[in-house]
Design a protein around this ligand. Structure first.
Ligand code: FPP
Length: 183
């Protein structure tokens, strides 16, 4: 990838990408959807390396939504397998490029194997500081809002915040994306 012509003085602080089109890409080429997902992971690798090379502080990948659980079991299993193998394979790349891995979403719903690998890579890369790569997994904006409302209502009940003071910044503090700058 030729990054030479990009003005690194005008980079966004946060780039968020919705991973989409793997299935359509595969169909167009006459391949199985699984081949599309495999190639999707290759495209992700290039994107992550390019973001780190450019010095983009935050890259967020919306990789697996809550709705994606409704896909056929075989496809979900393939995606979870790809996730585990990518995490195992790419830990070296993350360190080489000084990338910290984080994850947002309903992570406890992920298969144990995925959660274990994810936790290990997050722990291993926590001191890296060039780019923060956040994977949105089992992520849904409705679930995110429900979680925020629950946390805020507990705080209101315990008089930590008053209902009148709820504003954009309080809501932001309770979103999964609280530590990420807006795009
Ligand atoms: C969208 O394509 C892609 C996904 C739902 C899953 C992407 C996740 C992975 C490939 C797992 C590995 C993840 C990382 C971060 C390495 P689609 O199936 O919705 O395509 P379509 O819209 O063409 O059907």
């Amino acid at each position: 990838m030729d990054l030479k012509n990009i003005n690194t003085n005008a980079l966004p602080k946060h780039v968020a990408i919705i991973m989409d089109g793997n299935g359509r890409w595969a169909k167009q080429k006459g391949f199985l959807r699984a081949v599309g997902h495999e190639n999707g992971t290759k495209a992700v690798r290039q994107t992550v390396e390019a973001a780190a090379e450019l010095g983009i502080e935050n890259l967020t990948l919306y990789a697996f939504s809550t709705e994606n659980w409704n896909r056929p079991k075989l496809e979900v299993d393939t995606l979870m397998r790809l996730l585990v193998s990518s995490l195992k394979k790419e830990i070296k790349t993350l360190h080489e490029n000084n990338i910290k891995l984080k994850a947002i979403g309903n992570l406890e719903t992920l298969p144990k194997k995925v959660l274990k690998e994810l936790t290990e890579v997050i722990e291993s890369t926590k001191s890296n500081n060039r780019t923060t790569l956040t994977l949105a997994l089992s992520y849904g904006s409705r679930a995110e809002m429900i979680n925020a409302f629950k946390e805020i209502s507990v705080k209101v009940k315990n008089n930590i915040i008053s209902a009148e003071n709820i504003d954009e910044s309080i809501i932001n503090e309770h979103l999964y994306t609280q530590n990420l700058p807006r795009c």
